[in-house]
Design a protein around this ligand. Structure first.
Ligand SMILES: Cc1ncc(COP(=O)(O)O)c(C=O)c1O
Length: 355
């Protein structure tokens, strides 16, 4: 792919050394990648200074939300080089989301070339801060100026970067509380729950606000019949049984197929098995009460592994998992994942690629 470069005149010339703790997702770098779909093919691949985009007020994305996105990270290893973690999986998932949202796919190699080119150009932006990473946000949206409810003819694909600090400021700590409620649902069967599309997140804001009333960080969603556990707003869910089994709800068309969960399912962890099941809500609560379930948490790119210490219901009844603290299995999952990402543990074949 030929990429046209228009560089910022005052682009960064030294390594980025933040004076304060970086917050996730706030900071940008100097440039972004753009490419257009004209109804037939992707063209005009370019890297330009990061800045506002110009689209028609009637653009399909602004009215009907035809938009998909991804989120992945790169890490600096002790050899001083920058490595992407499973970007190919994100590129494939973007295409899965594209199918659900009737949008044009982009060849995985083209997506990877674009990610590498931008990350390579912006390597001085990789933050010199313990536990830091560079977050990549590739996304695509419909740009046709048309009010008919039908797929856009034209699209833009964009990638920008966000230098990010460690997710856990004080190390891996502070298990969160999740609200379980039958009041809100993230997705229904036959809908767009398995796509990473903006609408799924727009409609989750109301339930996050509701969760905060219970001092819970997020909602752990149930299926629309309130029978089975699904996932949280930005992470898959897992629990650990007293037999050291890590259990993730089966991927269905209402759950995003998390690349972190898939990585856990693929890993060979000494003494720990990871598998998927349909998990009944009542069975889950009973398991916490009778001590069959000893640890819980979430899997996702932002945090890697998020320990969950308790669940609260709308009635105000709270269920503490184990002793409410981080358990040994959750700790091991976190250490293994971050070790692979940062190069201190050998990665399975193909999981990391040097930029
Ligand atoms: C709804 C949802 N589920 C799960 C995940 C975790 O997916 P991944 O591990 O690929 O980041 C995310 C985050 O991307 C998400 O937004």
């Amino acid at each position: 792919m030929h990429i046209e470069y228009t560089l910022k005149s005052n682009k960064r010339t030294e390594i980025f050394r933040p004076t304060e703790q970086l917050v996730f997702g706030k900071k940008r770098t100097d440039h972004m990648f753009l490419m257009d779909y004209d109804g037939e093919s992707w063209q005009n691949a370019r890297i330009v200074p990061y800045g506002n985009l110009s689209i028609a007020p009637g653009a399909v994305v602004l009215h009907y939300g035809q938009e998909i996105f991804e989120g992945c990270k790169s890490f600096k290893h002790d050899d001083g080089e920058i490595y992407g973690f499973r970007w190919d999986e994100n590129a494939k998932r973007l295409n899965e989301s594209a199918k659900i949202m009737i949008m044009p796919e982009i060849d995985v190699d083209i997506q990877l070339q674009a990610m590498h080119a931008l990350m390579d150009l912006e390597r001085l932006w990789f933050p010199e801060q313990k536990g830091a990473s560079m977050y990549l946000r590739p996304f695509m949206f419909g740009t046709s100026d048309s009010l008919g409810v039908k797929p856009s003819k034209t699209y833009t694909y964009c990638i920008f970067l966000s230098p990010s600090g460690p997710y856990y400021k004080a190390g891996f700590s502070d298990p969160i509380r999740l609200l379980i409620t039958s009041r809100f649902h993230r997705a229904v069967s036959g809908g767009s729950g398995a796509a990473k599309t903006g609408g799924n997140y727009g409609c989750s804001m109301r339930s996050i606000e509701f969760a905060h009333k219970f001092e819970a960080s997020q909602v752990l969603y149930l299926d629309s019949n309130n029978m089975f556990l699904e996932e949280a707003g930005a992470m898959n869910h897992f629990h650990v049984t007293k037999n050291n089994e890590v259990i993730i709800p089966h991927f269905t068309d209402t759950i995003l197929k998390s690349i972190t969960s898939c990585s856990m399912l693929d890993l060979n962890l000494d003494g720990i098995t990871v598998r998927q099941e349909f998990i009944g809500f009542k069975h889950f609560i009973n398991g916490i009460e009778n001590g069959d379930i000893v640890e819980c948490g979430g899997f996702g790119t932002a945090a890697g592994v998020s320990p969950v210490g308790s669940y609260i219901l709308e009635s105000g009844k709270e269920y503490i998992v184990g002793n409410g603290k981080i358990g040994p299995v959750t700790q091991k999952l976190y250490d293994t994942l971050t070790g692979i990402q940062t190069g201190t543990i050998k990665a399975p074949e193909g999981w990391i690629q040097k930029v």
